[in-house]
Ligand binder design. Structure first.
Ligand code: NAD
Length: 283
């Protein structure tokens, strides 16, 4: 039997509708959540991502502003803007759209964000809280993956979760969230020997490598839940994930599509984090 397709697009839409009600309730108390995006350079994908985030803000009633800088911008100009936004009471969340132009040090810029406004959850303070299992801001993509798993009713406790990819923004934080739910977690990466041997053991397999069709049907255990985080632009301009969707859906128990899976959830969770930051600012 083919896999159940987990529909991230509709789950994200219902989450945005819920968020709109929370935002309206906050507005009645005189607070409008606000998100500032810093966009430096002319990476076309970054422009699309920032536009999608602004659209989700508009739909949920969140104030949004985009702070654009030229490709050649110097780090001090961005640090000054971050300091100003940190102090701006109308701004509850700040995100620095990655990747940044080469002359800029992403680590230094992220460290300059007020942790309470770091709605991407990439600041070391928030990643540290996540490591310790304490409340903080959780990065949107791994948080979105957890919501998708919960929504689909995928059992996690005692199950083997295998994540392909060890980035600070996806693989590592997701491993911590799955551990919190009592999964047994393995992280694979580009130096993993015999990747297929590991992925075939997964009850939950998450692909976050940025390699189209990396995960084929022979790498998936029958009935496993396969979550595709990958976003790859193919030569024909189409977007594809890391999973060979048509082949794997015949083997897996659940699968997420690309587009329409993890991507919309990432954006929705960013709004969740922004609204939460606004709530905490008046708590
Ligand atoms: P990254 O480049 O920082 O990390 C990629 C990871 O994959 C690395 O740890 C690397 O070791 C591993 N890897 C690469 N090739 C591999 C291989 N052949 N076998 C095993 N492991 C391999 O990337 P990232 O920022 O974590 O993003 C990963 C993918 O997820 C990209 O396609 C990115 O566009 C996508 N992404 C999607 C969303 C979303 O909202 N859907 C959000 C963030 C990232």
């Amino acid at each position: 039997m083919p896999a159940t397709v987990i529909d991230g697009k509709s789950l994200a839409a219902s989450l945005r509708a819920t968020l709109k009600r929370t935002v309206d309730a906050l507005a009645a108390r005189g607070v409008r959540p606000g998100l500032a995006a810093i966009l430096a350079g002319d990476d076309p994908a970054s422009r699309v991502y920032v536009r999608n985030k602004a659209r989700a803000c508009a739909e949920t009633g969140v104030h949004s502003e985009v702070h654009e800088f030229a490709q050649e911008v110097c780090e001090n100009a961005l640090l000054e803007r971050i300091a100003r936004l940190n102090a701006d009471r109308a701004v509850h969340g700040i995100l620095v759209q990655l990747p940044l132009p080469r002359q800029l040090d992403a680590g230094r810029l992220l460290a300059a964000l007020a942790p309470a406004k770091d709605v991407d959850g990439f600041h070391a303070a928030n990643l540290g809280l996540l490591l310790q299992g304490r409340p903080g801001v959780v990065p949107g993509t791994p948080a979105g993956v957890m919501r998708l798993l919960e929504h689909a009713g995928v059992p996690l406790a005692g199950r083997h979760a295998v994540i392909v990819g060890r980035s600070n923004i996806v693989g590592k934080p997701l491993a911590l969230l799955l551990l919190q739910k009592d999964a047994t977690v393995t992280i694979c990466h580009s130096k993993t020997a015999d990747l297929a041997c590991v992925t075939r053991q997964a009850d939950i397999l998450v692909a976050a490598a940025g390699r189209p069709k990396l995960i084929g049907a022979a790498m998936v255990k029958a009935g496993a839940c396969v979550i595709d985080v990958g976003v790859n632009r193919l030569a024909d301009g189409k977007i594809a994930g890391d999973v060979d969707f048509n082949a794997v859906k015949e083997v897996a128990g659940w699968i997420t599509p690309v587009p329409g899976g993890v991507g919309p959830m990432t954006v929705a969770m960013l709004i969740v984090n922004t609204v939460r930051a606004a709530e905490l600012s008046i708590a």
